[in-house]
Design a protein around this ligand. Structure first.
Ligand SMILES: Cc1cc2nc3c(=O)[nH]c(=O)nc-3n(C[C@H](O)[C@H](O)[C@H](O)COP(=O)(O)OP(=O)(O)OC[C@H]3O[C@@H](n4cnc5c(N)ncnc54)[C@H](O)[C@@H]3O)c2cc1C
Length: 234
């Protein structure tokens, strides 16, 4: 699921960062059990409430998970439960405006190739939003179509199924589409699988995020704004 809402600072001041990706830490909340993957915070320039920060939260809740319903009913409270150290990282905030949710299923269009017709981007195959692969996929489709397929197709008369199939079978396109699926499956497993193997994997990821990212941030301290330095969760 993708849950989107807007927050603003309690004191009405601008946030002190440009954007943040915030991962819940199981050490703080046990929140790995909720299937929450991460939340991204990014400014909305034309927000009616001024200094607003949009939040996209991605999660893989199980059918039994009550937190997702609670999230819709008691957003502010549930946010504090799931991200107890968020306020330390971004400052005192409050939720402003309504919450939007979307249930996302992975799909791929299949069937016989229609001569002269191709589908690109999400129309052909969507991507799990938490992978961040959606735009890579649509840009790859457009690039393959414009630089490899169309010039070749138009070099000779007619538009056969074989010509059109060269788009669907293009190795660059197929590799990007396959990576989008692989990444989606990986992200879901990394957040929800309960076997020992995946639990160890999660612990290692969290360790790397807590300590590796702090070092990386310190080394690359060139971002505008002041990135929050707390928690090691970014
Ligand atoms: C919550 C969320 C967060 C995401 N975050 C990211 C991210 O961080 N990074 C990333 O890479 N991807 C992200 N994605 C995925 C990304 O948004 C999509 O993969 C990408 O937008 C696909 O582009 P597209 O052009 O194929 O389709 P779309 O962006 O959906 O564009 C299709 C357009 O066609 C229009 N349309 C539909 N029907 C008609 C009609 N009959 N007539 C005229 N127009 C029509 C629609 O209004 C729309 O504007 C996210 C997706 C979601 C849902």
């Amino acid at each position: 699921v993708a849950i989107a809402f807007t927050i603003e600072r309690v004191d009405g001041q601008p946030f002190t960062f440009d954007s943040v990706t915030y991962y819940p830490a199981s050490i703080d909340t046990g929140s790995m059990d909720t299937g929450i993957d991460y939340a991204t915070f990014f400014p909305i320039r034309h927000s009616p409430i001024g200094q607003a920060m949009r939040v996209n939260l991605f999660a893989f809740p199980g059918v039994q998970d009550a937190w997702a319903r609670r999230f819709l009913e008691e957003l502010a409270e549930e946010l504090r439960q799931c991200f107890p150290k968020l306020e330390e990282a971004i400052g005192a905030y409050r939720v402003a405006g309504k919450i939007e949710t979307s249930l996302i299923h992975l799909y791929r269009t299949e069937g016989d190739v229609q001569p002269g017709i191709v589908l690109i981007g999400d129309a052909a195959q969507n991507a799990c939003p938490s992978t961040g692969m959606g735009l890579s996929k649509v840009f790859t489709d457009v690039d393959v179509l414009c630089t490899e397929c169309v010039p070749e197709w138009f070099a000779s008369p007619g538009m056969s199924s074989e010509k059109t199939a060269s788009f669907w079978n293009n190795p660059r396109k197929r590799a990007t589409d396959a990576k989008a699926i692989q990444d989606a499956v990986y992200r879901r497993k990394a957040r929800t699988e309960s076997s020992l193997r995946w639990k160890i994997h999660r612990a290692r990821l969290e360790f790397a995020m807590r300590f590796g990212w702090k070092r990386k941030l310190a080394a690359n301290n060139h971002t505008s704004g002041t990135p929050p330095q707390r928690n090691g969760q970014m």
